[in-house]
Design a protein around this ligand. Structure first.
Ligand SMILES: C[S@@+](CC[C@H](N)C(=O)[O-])C[C@H]1O[C@@H](n2cnc3c(N)ncnc32)[C@H](O)[C@@H]1O
Length: 303
């Protein structure tokens, strides 16, 4: 018996759980198996109480009604895991910087195409996207020193030497993490993996926090994209989708990999989290492995 006076939690029946699991899966691809049912149940209960509805079925009805659109977005926000950090999984980033980017710059320059587009899909609060921006900037500066172009560089020298252009797209399904990424200020704890030279060059200390400097901030664009939908950003040279697919089941992972294939330029690269793999799921990508870093390159099929 409850001693706090709060109303007892409504019971979640097996049928209601199945309905809600299916709805979440259909909306965002997240799959809650037995290991994660408890988490789902807990988050559903919180939302249900916030909405002051008295049964899970009534909550489900609200979610599928036109009036429940905002609540559905809130529920999905509450179900996402947003853990992230700057310079996460260094070996993979080394592969990106030393091998993938170097090859990309060469190919682009030979075609006189000077734009690079990298997409952080499932970017959480932006640390991955800003990390990619810093790495591309450094790799391009190093490449440019060895392969200068006959153009006058304006003063002060821009972060990206013209005619090169770099765009990092950062997307997520959660509006609150997108807002945090867009704001671009981080605590000392969040900055733990950023070394001092990067802090100096790319951040301003504002009170207790570190704010991303304007040139890097202007390189990164935050936008809402649900990876479950078909309309995803096209013409990317590289896609990072790390620690996102692990919450999807195999069927949804396959669909997403097919979509990423179409979202990449020919010979483009896909990076997934180190607990994730494309092996056995697709033949459209081949694995590239260097010094403990792994990436997947789009295989070009001859028509
Ligand atoms: C664990 S974080 C990973 C952040 C970053 N990629 C990293 O590895 O550090 C997973 C992110 O994926 C997002 N996400 C989950 N399902 C999504 C979907 N269907 N569409 C877009 N983003 C999604 C979550 O909101 C969350 O911010």
């Amino acid at each position: 018996m409850s001693t706090s006076g709060a109303a007892p939690a409504p019971l979640l029946t097996e049928a209601e759980l199945k309905l809600l699991q299916a709805l979440v899966y259909q909306e965002c691809g997240m799959h809650f198996d037995e290991r994660r049912t408890h988490f789902l149940q807990d988050r559903l209960l919180r939302r249900l109480r916030d909405c002051r509805v008295d049964s899970f079925y009534a909550y489900y009805r609200l979610l599928i009604s036109p009036a429940g659109k905002d609540e559905l977005a809130k529920l999905l926000e509450n179900l996402t895991v947003n853990e992230t950090s700057f310079f996460r999984h260094k070996a993979q980033l080394d592969l990106f910087q030393k091998h993938v980017l170097e090859e990309l710059f060469k190919q682009k320059q030979s075609r006189r195409e000077y734009s690079i587009r990298v997409w952080s899909a499932g970017c959480s609060t932006g640390q991955e996207a800003y990390t990619l921006g810093m790495l591309v900037t450094d790799a391009l500066a190093y490449y440019y020193l060895r392969n200068p172009l006959p153009v006058d560089l304006p003063l002060p020298k821009p972060l990206v030497p013209p005619p090169w252009r770099v765009e990092v797209l950062a997307s997520d399904i959660s509006y609150s993490v997108l807002r945090a990424g867009q704001e671009g200020t981080y605590s000392e704890n969040q900055m733990a993996s950023v070394d001092y030279s990067y802090r100096l060059r790319f951040f301003d200390k504002v009170g207790e926090r570190y704010a991303v400097k304007k040139p890097l901030k202007e390189m990164v664009h935050f936008d809402f994209h649900n990876l479950k939908t078909e309309y995803l950003p096209q013409r990317n040279d590289v896609i990072f989708c790390r620690n996102v697919m692990m919450y999807f089941d195999e069927a949804e992972q396959k669909r997403l990999i097919d979509k990423f294939y179409r979202c990449l330029n020919p010979n483009g690269y896909l990076f997934v989290g180190h607990a994730e793999s494309l092996l056995g799921i697709t033949k459209k990508f081949q694995m590239v492995h260097r010094d403990s870093g792994t990436a997947y390159q789009r295989v070009e099929v001859r028509e």
